[in-house]
Design a protein around this ligand. Structure first.
Ligand SMILES: Cc1cc2nc3c(=O)[nH]c(=O)nc-3n(C[C@H](O)[C@H](O)[C@H](O)COP(=O)(O)OP(=O)(O)OC[C@H]3O[C@@H](n4cnc5c(N)ncnc54)[C@H](O)[C@@H]3O)c2cc1C
Length: 463
């Protein structure tokens, strides 16, 4: 195959170097060209591993996603379809189509089947329990305890099934701690910074007092920290827990709690990770502060680097409040911010790979190529554990499969659950990723090329 033929071998490169007549800059440039060619993501053979049904389903779903009116109104359309068809009819419509494209399954048997298939393709699952809450949706303590049980189950499944080496899962703090409390905490810590040790002590079961919170809030905070502590205790040395970033009006509280978890559990390894949204103007400062804290407080830092999913809502909210827009003005600015943070992290990783880790969580081919090139320049191992890549299940498989084929560690973020449970997640994901979904033309072209190849082979009587 073209891509593997283009892959330079170490022996080949060192022989060029040993010839002594070749300018090292020429070798480096050649090497870069070869890397760009292998990661051009233009090889439809990445899809050879897919069945006919999977190719047709992906083409159909992406075709639907190319109509902005459908993506923008998918919440309303799904609600209407559910009313007209009833629960069973709606499930029959969704399960073989949108659900099968973006969700792993409902029970452990179905999830296992999807995950085993994924492992065979060289991709690693990163399970995500699709539970989250926003302001005004808070539920009682019992519901948060149930969510904790669901997450403990996620830790167990990720670990015990051995679908991949080095399993990871995603965690949303607002599934365990009320968004209202997170907003209050965000306001409080802006006025008076909070010691990580205070939260570590609370996780260890010590009663804490938190100035500014009333008795009920403190009690709920303690319960939330205990829930997080239980999940972290269950996952440490087994499953890496990646905490999601959410909205700016609560992110500082989420980060505070996550840093406290890092302080407690990341002494000798990177088990708890935080997410940094590069669309935020302050993202670089937040990342630098995290790097500083990891040094002064003595913990290892894991970073999920994303562009950010809540741009429209952040902008609307800032406008409503008359505050400056927290999001960069243009995609190009977000891109510069992403590249800058990526570079910074790769450099610290090259120096101390045992202390820092990153998942380059993006569907953007250029970002992926940039990361791969920089890894090469800095001598970071493709699959050494300190750098990996992440995409969402069902999206940009041409990127994920090519990376996996080239030997990089690639995770797919995998939601699971019933049609009803995953519906709000699917709707939100479709809307936050609508630019990606609508621009998924290349993946559709590659899928079509693979289908035509098979049809031609079929007509010729090949297999
Ligand atoms: C494994 C994984 C985990 C994720 N976890 C989280 C998470 O915890 N929290 C979270 O918020 N998101 C998360 N995301 C979603 C992510 O933030 C992006 O929404 C999504 O990946 C699209 O960005 P991209 O880099 O893939 O694609 P691109 O097409 O390169 O970029 C699209 C993104 O650029 C930004 N953008 C677009 N237009 C503009 C504009 N005009 N001005 C400024 N910026 C703009 C937006 O962030 C938009 O989502 C995750 C994604 C993945 C793959």
């Amino acid at each position: 195959m073209m891509s593997s033929r283009l892959r330079p071998t170490l022996a080949h490169l060192s022989s060029l170097r040993m010839m002594g007549t070749v300018d090292p800059r020429t070798v480096a440039a050649k090497h870069r060209d070869l890397l760009s060619a292998t990661l051009a993501f233009e090889d439809p053979s990445a899809f050879r591993v897919k069945s006919w049904g999977e190719l047709l389903r992906a083409l159909g779903v992406f075709r639907l996603c190319s109509f902005p009116v459908l993506v923008n109104n998918c919440g309303k359309l799904m609600a209407l379809a559910r009313t007209l068809l009833g629960k069973r009819g709606f499930s029959l419509l969704l399960r073989p189509t949108v659900y099968a494209q973006f969700v792993a399954g409902e029970d452990e048997r179905e999830i296992s089947q999807s995950m085993e298939k994924m492992s065979l393709l060289g991709l690693r699952p990163m399970l995500a329990v699709p539970i989250e809450e926003d302001l005004g949706e808070s539920t009682g303590e019992k519901r948060y305890d149930d969510n904790m049980e669901a997450m403990l189950e996620c830790v167990r499944m990720s670990h015990s099934n051995a679908w991949s080496k080095d399993p990871m899962m995603q965690l949303k703090i607002t599934a365990l701690l009320s968004p209202e409390l997170c907003v209050k905490l965000t306001t409080l810590i802006a006025q008076r910074p909070c010691e990580l040790d205070l939260l570590v002590r609370a996780m260890n079961g010590e009663p804490i007092s938190f100035p500014g919170l009333d008795e009920k809030d403190v009690a709920h905070f303690l319960c939330g920290l205990q829930r997080l502590n239980k999940i972290a205790e269950a996952s440490v040395n087994k499953v890496r827990v990646l905490v999601d970033a959410e909205y700016t009006y609560m992110n500082p509280a989420l980060s505070l709690v996550t840093m406290a978890m890092m302080k407690k559990f990341n002494k000798d390894g990177v088990w708890i990770w935080n997410t940094y949204q590069c669309y935020l103007k302050e993202s670089r400062a937040l990342l630098s502060e995290a790097l500083r804290l990891s040094k002064t407080e003595g913990f290892c830092l894991g970073v999920k680097l994303v562009r950010g999913a809540y741009m429209d809502k952040e902008r609307k909210l800032a406008e409503k409040k008359g505050c400056p827009d927290p999001v960069h003005q243009s995609w190009e600015d977000t891109n510069d911010s992403y590249n800058g943070s990526l570079n910074l992290l790769l450099e610290v990783i090259a120096q101390k790979p045992e202390c820092y880790r990153i998942i380059v969580a993006t569907h953007n081919e250029e970002s992926v190529r940039r990361a791969a090139k920089r890894m090469e320049e800095l001598g970071i191992d493709k699959d050494g554990g300190s750098v990996c890549f992440g995409q969402l299940l069902g999206m940009c498989d041409h990127v994920s499969l090519t990376l996996a084929k080239e030997g990089y560690a690639v995770y797919k973020s995998v939601p699971y659950g019933s049609v009803d449970d995953t519906l709000p997640y699917l709707v939100r994901r479709a809307q936050e990723n609508r630019t990606v979904l609508q621009g998924i033309r290349k993946e559709r072209d590659l899928l079509r090329q693979e289908l035509s190849r098979r049809l031609r082979l079929g007509l010729r009587g090949g297999s």
